[in-house]
Each structure stands twice: as C-alpha cells, then as structure tokens.
Ligand binder design. Structure first.
Ligand code: 5GP
Length: 199
C-alpha cells in the first residue's frame, strides 16, 4: 500500500447553549494527540479570563467585514448578535499537515462547513432532553430568565437540523460524552478518503 499522508479531518461540534459542548471539546483536544482546536475570530468582547488568540481572536465589525470580503473565512455567522468566523488558512494548512481540526461552532456555521467540505464529521451534542437543558442553563446562574428563554427557543430551532449531522452525543454524563466523541474521532482513521490513492 502506498504511504501517502492522510489529510486530517474536520470535526464540527455543535450544540445548543448549555449542553456542554465546550467542556467536551476542551477535553477532546487534550486527549487526542492529533486533534487541534480552530480558534475563531469574533466581534464579541472578551469575557473575564479570556485572552486574544487563546479562546478567540477578538476583533471589531469593520475588520471582520474586511476579512469576509477578502475570503478569509471558511464559514462565518452572526450568533447571539455578534459575528464569528473560522479562519480558512489555518484550517487548510492544518488539514494538509494531517491533523484533525475541531470546530466548536453553531449550527448555521456547521451547515456551511458541510456544504464546502462534505466529508466533514458532524457531531451534535445534546442533553438527554429539553428539560435537562433548561435546568442546566438555570443552574449556571449566568443568564437572566429572558436570556434562558431565548436560548431554549434557539435550542428548539437548532434541533431541527439534527438530521444534517452524522453523530448525536447525549451529554448525560460528561466523561461518557467525552469518551463517545473520542471514539468517533478514532474511527475516522479507518475512513476511506475519496481523493487518496491507496494501492
Ligand atoms: P461564545 O461567545 O459563547 O463563546 O459562543 C457563542 C456561540 O458561537 C457558540 O455556539 C459557539 O460554538 C459559536 N461559535 C464560536 N466560534 C464560531 C465560529 O467561528 N463560527 C460559528 N458559526 N459559530 C461560532
């Protein structure tokens, strides 16, 4: 068999707010030697403890729109009133180096990635049911009742696109959910790549 380098995989992880997607993605990147996070650009302000180039590249509307015009994003979307975009050059460079790239992005962005990169591995994370999601959002003590109501409405909208994803991971227990995502990523090693010459 020829020893041509495998290209990396795009792994899209989307979830309604409060389902635990970020904890799962953080743990996955730490566990999988071959997986890296894609750091997005955003126009939202940094939260306490966030630093530029770590969680996000923080930018303003004008610069973001310039980047959109210049084709710098593999996808971008407006989420909760702010712009977010996945830098294209990092994505392509990292895939070509054979690494798996994890995109922690919303459903709108996920669908755009799937359109441009149909081979992307699409994972949807959800709590066992909507009631549990509401309990988690309330338990975080981070958001007002109104914000929680908006997030619940958004969750119902996002769930309508579940069939566009390849995998559903139920986050009932965080360690189990992390394990499931790792199993999915491991299985990608055995996926036949359409553009690779094997024999
Ligand atoms: P937060 O501001 O709370 O970190 O993220 C808000 C939402 O934006 C989350 O659902 C997150 O996954 C999503 N998001 C983060 N980066 C991107 C991106 O580059 N593109 C898209 N479409 N969504 C993103």
């Amino acid at each position: 068999m020829k020893n041509t380098q495998n290209k990396g995989n795009i792994i899209v992880v989307s979830a309604p707010s409060g389902a635990g997607k970020t904890s799962i993605c953080d743990a996955t990147v730490k566990k999988c030697a071959n997986a890296v996070y894609s750091i997005s650009y955003t126009t939202r302000k940094p939260r306490i403890g966030e630093t530029d180039g770590n969680e996000y590249f923080f930018t303003d509307d004008v610069s973001f729109k310039k980047m959109v015009k210049a084709g710098k994003f593999a996808e971008w979307a407006k989420v909760h009133g702010h712009y977010y975009g996945t830098p294209k050059s990092f994505l392509e460079k990292t895939l070509n180096a054979g690494k798996n790239v994890i995109l922690d992005i919303d459903v709108q962005g996920g669908l755009k990635i799937k359109k441009h990169y149909p081979q992307a591995c699409m994972i949807f994370v959800m709590t066992p049911d909507l009631k549990t999601l509401e309990k988690r959002l309330t338990g975080r003590n981070k958001d007002s009742k109104e914000t929680i109501a908006i997030r619940m409405q958004n969750a119902k909208k996002e769930l309508k696109y579940l069939s566009k994803y390849n995998y559903l991971v139920i986050n009932d227990n965080l360690q189990d959910a992390i394990f499931s995502v790792n199993v999915i990523i491991e299985s990608l090693k055995y996926k036949i790549q359409k553009d690779k010459k094997y024999f």
